[in-house]
Design a protein around this ligand. Structure first.
Ligand code: HSE
Length: 393
């Protein structure tokens, strides 16, 4: 592709970022021809002639050969992308929720329409994880991918653990910095991380997993007492997304859980909006990818990389993908966890198979022990907002 004419959907944190970058770098030979937005009453930092509220102004423009989809509404994005493919336009997207839900369908559509669908910016912002899993680890025997894939929660956890900042203040700062989603529930409840983990899992192991099958707990139940406990034991608390495969059975285990990480471990050094992912492999042992996972320019950098890749007709093929075979979940077995709770009414000791440590006080209690994952998965535990559940690595 010689000249890239872009139709941009969305002019939020990343949309505006990529507009600025392309303005400043004419040597990239990529121009934004039209920007479609939802709300025409907002003041925008770009010439008003570029804007429209009509999607067809992009979709029906034959000169536009690349659609940049940077809106937060996953259903609307799904519609736009399918229409863009239909018009034989290449698509670059950062919409992890949408991609995790319709991954295979969208990859099939790109094949059928002989276009590219690239989405490096959907996972870990500036960190080139998809391209690495797709290309470099193609012939390697990967065993697990594990780490921090959400910048907002890592920012909040860093501020709470290292600066005693309150959850609310830290969340507000993450929103002001443009790290959080429009509705930050997706970040703080771990849905965003679970979507990213589903995308990672397909590129790492060739297995499609459903986001709702990921055993997931966000960070909203964590209390200052939990951070105090972590400090006493030389841990920090991180929201860890982990997918591992059993090569004998093909079973996948995927979790997103607040986790105690020893302070001397690599992942413990990943702070603020940075993301860090460990890639475990039979041949290379363990490798680490690290970088800014959220924010205007880090995410724009991944979008830009995808735009550049279109110049040489790059596309993901997911050579590892095993036909229609889904990842089979095997989240069975035992897990060592800490559960903190304020009221004795929430005492979950009967769920533990083995209790190693029990702390009781007037205001806060915790139990450390071994729990059967079948029990942990039960709604009254995993979805109980009074319980602070923190896994041990
Ligand atoms: N809200 C996301 C995060 C943005 O905080 O990681 C980047 O995907």
């Amino acid at each position: 592709m010689k000249k890239i004419n872009i139709g941009l959907f969305g002019f939020g944190v990343v949309g505006e970022g990529i507009y600025k970058v392309l303005e400043e770098k004419p040597q990239l030979n990529a121009t934004i021809k039209r920007i479609v937005i939802k709300d025409s009453s907002k003041t925008r930092n770009a010439p008003s002639a570029l804007f429209s509220t009509n999607a067809d102004d992009i979709l029906n423009d034959d000169e536009i050969n690349v659609v940049l989809e940077l809106i937060s509404d996953a259903d609307a994005a799904h519609d736009i992308i399918k229409k863009a493919f239909n018009k034989r336009k290449h698509v670059v997207s950062a919409n992890k929720k949408l991609i995790a839900a319709h991954h295979k369908e969208l990859l099939d559509l790109q094949e059928q329409n002989k276009v590219s669908f690239l989405y490096e910016a959907s996972v870990c912002g500036s960190v080139p994880i998809i391209r690495n899993l797709e290309e470099y680890f193609d012939n390697d025997l990967l065993n697990y991918v594990s780490g921090i894939v959400n910048g907002t929660t890592n920012y909040i956890l860093t501020k709470m653990a290292n600066e005693n900042e309150s959850y609310q203040d830290a969340l507000k700062a993450a929103q002001e910095n443009g790290f959080a989603e429009v509705d930050p529930t997706a970040d703080v409840e771990g849905y965003d991380a679970a979507s990213k983990l589903a995308i990672i899992t397909l590129h790492a192991f060739g297995k499609k997993i459903e986001v709702q099958d990921v055993i997931r707990k966000g960070i909203t139940s964590l209390k200052m007492e939990d951070f105090k406990y972590a400090k006493e034991k030389d841990y920090t608390i991180k929201l860890i997304a982990n997918s591992k495969i059993n090569h004998q059975t093909g079973e996948i285990t995927s979790t997103v859980l607040p986790t105690f990480v020893e302070l001397n471990k690599t992942i413990a050094l990943v702070n603020n909006e940075y993301n860090g992912v460990l890639i475990g492999s039979s041949l290379s042992d363990e490798q680490f990818l690290y970088g800014k996972g959220a924010g205007r320019f880090p995410t724009s950098s991944a979008v830009l990389s995808d735009i550049s890749a279109l110049k040489y007709d790059y596309k993901y093929s997911i050579r590892k993908y095993e036909n229609e075979k889904k990842g089979v979940f095997n989240e069975t077995g035992k897990r060592r966890v800490y559960i903190g709770f304020e009221s004795q009414a929430d005492d979950v000791s009967s769920f533990f198979e083995e209790i190693e440590e029990r702390y009781q006080s007037k205001n806060y209690n915790h139990i450390v022990g071994v729990i059967d994952i079948e029990k942990l998965k039960q709604k009254e535990i995993i979805e109980n907002t009074n319980l602070s559940i923190i896994a041990f690595e």
